[in-house]
Design a protein around this ligand. Structure first.
Ligand SMILES: CC(C)(COP(=O)(O)OP(=O)(O)OC[C@H]1O[C@@H](n2cnc3c(N)ncnc32)[C@H](O)[C@@H]1OP(=O)(O)O)[C@@H](O)C(=O)NCCC(=O)NCCS
Length: 159
């Protein structure tokens, strides 16, 4: 991508399911999550998500005409964070689009979108060894705190 190439964000629609799923699979390869990737479930979740605006927003990221990646913002609520809060649930750029400032631009874009939705604070998780992600988040104002996020599955730990 040349620097002049415009970065554009297209809101996710149901018909984008296969595009999202293929990039989600690639993200899982680049940054394995805590739960195994289950394509069938993911597709169903994507369908639910695109139908229900209160769950959050997702966008495809384009550099000029080329698909560069995707980002997902999910919405929550917290007394501690003074009302609406949100998670950057997933952020992925295809290899050839990394390290060119698109991550930073996308963080700005998502922050603006979140403000527009009345969000007070954005959270995210980053894997220890993922330097690019850690640097991006640190440099866009995210701070680590002396707390651990703990999780209990109510539907059984996925295998
Ligand atoms: C993580 C990711 C989104 C970062 O986006 P990016 O477009 O490559 O990052 P940018 O080019 O905007 O860089 C942002 C900042 O981080 C720094 N940075 C980026 N990659 C870096 C690396 N590998 N090592 C050190 N610093 C790095 C840049 O120097 C830049 O700093 P600056 O803006 O102050 O100059 C992208 O690399 C990616 O999609 N990786 C694979 C998927 C993934 O790991 N997603 C995150 C899951 S939590």
């Amino acid at each position: 991508v040349s620097n002049e190439q415009a970065i554009r964000y297209e809101p996710a629609r149901l018909e984008h399911a296969e595009i999202f799923l293929s990039m989600m699979r690639a993200l899982e390869g680049a940054d394995p999550g805590t739960t195994p990737f289950d394509e069938r479930r993911r597709r169903a979740i994507f369908e639910d998500f695109t139908k229900e605006a209160s769950f959050g927003r997702a966008w495809l990221i384009f550099a000029g005409e080329k698909l560069a990646g995707y980002v997902i913002l999910t919405l929550g609520f917290s007394f501690e964070y003074r009302g609406r809060d949100a998670y950057i649930d997933e952020l992925y750029l295809e290899k050839q689009f990394r390290g060119r400032g698109i991550g930073r631009k996308t963080m700005q874009f998502v922050e603006e979108a979140a403000r527009g939705l009345g969000v007070n604070a954005i959270h995210l998780e980053a894997s220890q060894g993922n330097t690019a992600a850690m640097e991006l988040y640190r440099r866009t104002g995210f701070v680590d705190h002396e707390r651990r996020l703990m999780t209990k599955w109510l539907t059984g730990t996925p295998t």
